[in-house]
Design a protein around this ligand. Structure first.
Ligand code: F6R
Length: 608
């Protein structure tokens, strides 16, 4: 949430900062701003409500040749989206951009008010800016002032600070909110997300919590919170320009839906062996004996990542009798007095690797001595670094706020982890063969469903785009798919959508059905076909406008039927899910929505 960029070098900073903010816009789009500073310490501060394009217009009329600057794109926490609340904030000598939340800002504000500071915005960030300015009056240097201020602060932050007293440096710091520094060639790039660094450098330093950095044209020097110098580890940036471009698609969301065959192939590559009917995950850091010992798997995530855990759980519990798997919503788990049974391993699932609630659960589980493995996409992210081992899903950059390709690969990765445990427990290749074969087939099956159904789904979407309510229903493995389908629709179309287990309809939700609702019913031709069909008939009897997504050739009693031809049996729900991703996309675009940046949302929820 929110994006930070910074630059110090010999090039003109404004275009670099604005281009970086455009790449980070998916992190927040309530307001944007940049501050650049000349060698004589003259600062040009430009801020605009709304998207980065508004800021870009201001830059064309206030162009500078400054080569030092910081920028921000905001997702509002404290204070409404407005120019007044936009970053960078300016107090006295200090200009500051901030991601995160300063929890004790009210106390600090009261203290600073007693020292004659008055405040123009409603933000916690302005208070931190004033605090640094206040401490800088008596500090030896800017580093000491920032370090002193951060010691007084309770909360989470990623910050970048300019001071007119020090025109040749930018100070950065992180605690609970990511910051990455790109280095090399007499310049330093700062970003809260690797995508803003792509194309500038592939040499990066992932900052750790508690670190402060002093950036100059010679590079970055890192310090701990007490301003003692610490060593920086330079790593290679894993993402490339290709993966952050739309490749001819109208939206990142559609591009990422279409990425799925290939992104899934990357998840499976070198891990699924059809010849031996086995899987192998390299980075678990667990011996075969340790895997054999596992009795409980706790999968922790938020939103789509949580649904991926729930979905994979249905598969994993079929592999062996002595493993229990349960998915937990991170924001709930972290405040519950939950118990962890012996022989538990936790899977921490996160596309971004930065989700605040998921990270908090990881830290709590590790504190209790639970082995925690990551199922993460973003290489070098906080969760990826803090887990004891894990599986990267390798789906490439996911830019659209609504998660699609990450879900499919998270389900595949957790399923493979379950198979690793089953293998260690002596489950035979013959017993796992069906799953191994289907994992191998899945990318091709997704490719084929995209090819065969996209046009049909687009036409159907046009018919249902004007409804304001939707119900998604399914049984067994299709229940988490119903939850995920409803989440996708509501996020991008703003249609109120609920997902339910089909068997629960009579226990309440069926009361909702009327002419203003459409229903998406997932109907798989398996042992639950008749049961789900009965639910469908009951809904039809109440006038439901039903869209059925099914793999059957049989006659289906519904207003609209989307038939999916597939060789799959157990993994069919993942193919159905791709159809509902398309449905959400086309309904939202038919309604004229900005599907890549839906209202009120931002990618990567780094605050609670
Ligand atoms: C839904 C969506 C969110 C994320 C959730 C977790 O489309 O994108 O529900 O899945 O915020 O994010 P990560 O996986 O980054 O932890």
């Amino acid at each position: 949430m929110c994006g930070i960029v910074g630059y110090i070098g010999e090039k003109q900073a404004q275009p670099i900062l604005v281009a970086g903010l455009k790449r980070l816009e998916y992190r927040g789009y309530d307001s944007a701003g940049i501050a650049t500073m000349s060698p004589k310490a003259k600062v040009t501060l430009l801020r605009a409500k709304g998207k980065v394009s508004g800021l870009d217009e201001k830059v064309t009329t206030h162009t500078t040749t400054d080569t030092v600057g910081v920028g921000h794109t905001r997702w509002a926490t404290h204070g409404e989206p407005s120019k007044r609340n936009a970053h960078p904030h300016h107090v006295g000598d200090i200009y500051l951009v901030h991601n995160g939340i300063i929890e004790n800002y009210q106390d600090l504000k009261a203290m600073l008010a007693r020292h004659d500071y008055d405040f123009k915005s409603d933000t916690d960030t302005e208070v931190l800016t004033a605090l640094i300015d206040y401490l800088a009056r008596d500090a030896d240097n800017l580093l000491a002032a920032v370090s002193g201020a951060l010691k007084m602060v309770v909360g989470a932050y990623g910050i970048a600070v300019l001071s007119v007293a020090n025109p040749n440096e930018i100070i950065i710091a992180r605690k609970g909110s990511p910051l990455i520094v790109g280095v090399g060639g007499g310049e330093v790039f700062i970003a809260s997300d690797a995508s803003a660094l792509v194309g500038h450098t592939d040499q990066v330093i992932y900052m750790h919590d508690g670190e402060i950095g002093v950036c100059t044209t010679s590079g970055v020097q890192l310090y701990d919170i007490d301003a003692h110098s610490v060593e920086a580890k330079v790593e290679k940036l894993e993402i490339d320009l290709q993966s952050i471009q739309k490749k001819g698609f109208d939206h990142f969301l559609l591009k990422e839906i279409y990425d799925q065959p290939d992104s899934l192939r990357s998840t499976l590559r070198g891990r699924v062996n059809l010849d031996t009917s086995s899987v192998k995950l390299g980075g678990l850091n667990m011996t075969n004996d340790e895997l054999r010992e596992v009795r409980n798997i706790m999968v922790v995530g938020c939103g789509t990542a949580y649904y991926a855990g729930m979905m994979a759980g249905y598969f994993v519990e079929q592999f062996t009798d002595d493993v229990t798997i349960r998915a937990e919503i991170a924001s709930e788990l972290r405040y519950r007095s939950f118990s962890v049974p012996e022989h538990t391993v936790a899977l921490i699932v996160s596309q971004s690797g930065e989700t605040a609630d998921t990270l908090a659960c990881l830290q709590e589980l590790q504190r209790r001595g639970v082995k925690c493995l990551g199922v993460v996409n973003a290489v070098g992210s906080t969760i990826a670094r803090e887990v004891d081992g894990g599986v990267y899903v390798h789906v490439g950059a996911e830019i659209s706020v609504a998660s699609t390709k990450a879900f499919t690969s998270q389900v595949a990765a957790i399923t493979m982890f379950g198979m690793m445990i089953a293998q260690a427990k002596g489950v035979s290749p013959r017993e796992l063969n069906g799953y191994v074969r289907e994992l191998d087939l899945l990318p091709g099956e997704i490719e084929s469903v995209l090819e065969k159904t996209a046009d049909e789904v687009r036409d159907i979407a046009a018919t249902y785009a004007n409804y304001e309510h939707a119900l998604y229903v399914g049984r067994d493995t299709l229940y988490p798919i119903a939850l995920e389908g409803a989440l996708k629709l509501k996020e991008v179309s703003y249609i109120q959508a609920e997902g339910h287990a089909a068997g629960e309809l009579k226990h309440g939700p069926i009361a909702l059905i009327d002419d203003r609702f459409f229903v998406v019913c997932y109907l798989q031709d398996n042992w639950l076909y008749e049961k789900t069909q009965s639910n469908l008939v009951e809904m039809n009897a109440r006038g439901a406008h039903a869209i059925v997504i099914t793999d059957t050739d049989k006659r289906v009693p519904a207003e609209t039927v989307i038939r999916v031809k597939t060789k799959l049996q157990v993994l069919t729900p993942l193919v159905f899910n791709v159809v509902s991703q398309l449905l959400a996309y086309y309904i939202a675009t038919a309604r004229g929505n900005d599907v890549d940046q839906p209202r009120n949302l931002a990618k990567s929820v780094t605050v609670e």
